[in-house]
Design a protein around this ligand. Sequence first.
Ligand code: BG6
Length: 475
Amino acid sequence: MLTPPDPHVVVLFGASGDLSKRKLLPGLFHLNRAGHLSDCRIVGTSLEPMTNAEFRTLAREACEQFGRGAVDEGDWARFERKLSWVDGSTGSVGLADAVAEAEADIGEECRRLHYLSVPPAAAPAVIKTLSEAGLVERSRVIMEKPFGTDLATAQRLNAMVHEVFTEEQVFRIDHFLGKEAALNILALRFANGLFEPIWSRNFIDHIQIDVPETLTVEGRGSFYDATGAFRDMVVTHLFQVLAFVAMEPPVELAPAAITVEKNKVFRSMKGIRPEDVVRGRYEGYRSEPGVAEGSGTETFIALKCRIDNWRWSGVPFYLRTGKAMAEGARIISIAFREPPKSMFPEGSGVGTKGPDHLTFDLDESSRVSLSYYGKRPGPGMLVDKLSMQFSLNEVETQGDTLEAYERLIRDAMGGDHTLFTTAEGIEELWNTAAPMLEDPPDSLIYERGSWGPKEVHNLIAPNRWRLPFQRRWRD
Ligand code: BG6
């Protein structure tokens, strides 16, 4: 096992909120139970008044409901005593006292990790409180998206953060990059000699990154209405995954080298043209609680991106994501060029089921498949579309998988920026998005449970969206 990071006091802002209950508290509980943390204390805070005992009860319920099954009493007892609460209303003085008390327990030279699980508008106040409380030294700060809403707001936010923290201390989290499957893209590309030679415009026809969701905005109406699918999913998750797929081999598997290559991809992306975008909103979205009357926010977006460099020139990247869609999936499909000429007899089936694909499923099972045409047994020469498949569920070490937030919290504690976004990378992406944001196409209504507005098919023609899982997976 990797050496656990230094002892830490984790300050969880927004500790009674949804993300904290679903991911952060169960994640910290698991990291502690599995021996991935050295000594730590967790100070929860939010504007909600609470006692230590109430916070512990909230955390226990969260671990039971959203963690990995039943909570062992021994594990819980070891975790529970690490938790304490401080009311946000006590300001910087109350916070400084609570952290000092936690530090006295584990040694005053410990590190501090501030997790800002708060709405974007609240982030500046939290940063100011941390500065006033004298909690900047020995600390790192994890920030949640959205990192601004356009270039100007992102620059302002970065400047404000940099008044207090150095870039080295800032960890902008994108949970998609913490998924095992996303990391497997790097392993597959760079740990093997097989794929790199064919990873370019010479062999790849187009790439799809498709993240349809069946969920609606589910009670997040006011957050979502101010954000929309592009800012909620594309600027963060989909573009970040795209960078892993498209980047050049880094000079080493280290944060700075990977960041350089990712940022080069962002710089090579051409501005997103409004005519390459389809925006939509599901029927009834405007009546969701928290959504403004007459809202123009999109709950669906599909776009064509182009990366203007030697490797990818002429290869379209199609991105799609939306709420209330027919199925949920997180698929990357790499479509290879078809053979230049077929010598197979007519009716043999060659080419009838689309091109060969390498597919990554970003689901926990981290499935990867390679589809190809192979001979159907029997007389003559008929072909079927076959596939070679791998799933993490089949390996003995599957139980060692860390949930994305677990992985990323642990990385941030160790000061490892590999899977986090930089100020420069984010600003570059807003720059790329500017032409579309300045003149967004109308958002078209689509039926709930569909694949989005029908215009999405024209965007990708003559290719087709590859619906999740057209190819059956082995049981
Ligand atoms: C979040 C978005 O970042 O990612 C949500 O805010 C979205 O709208 C979620 O549903 C999807 O993440 P995952 O890991 O469940 O696919």
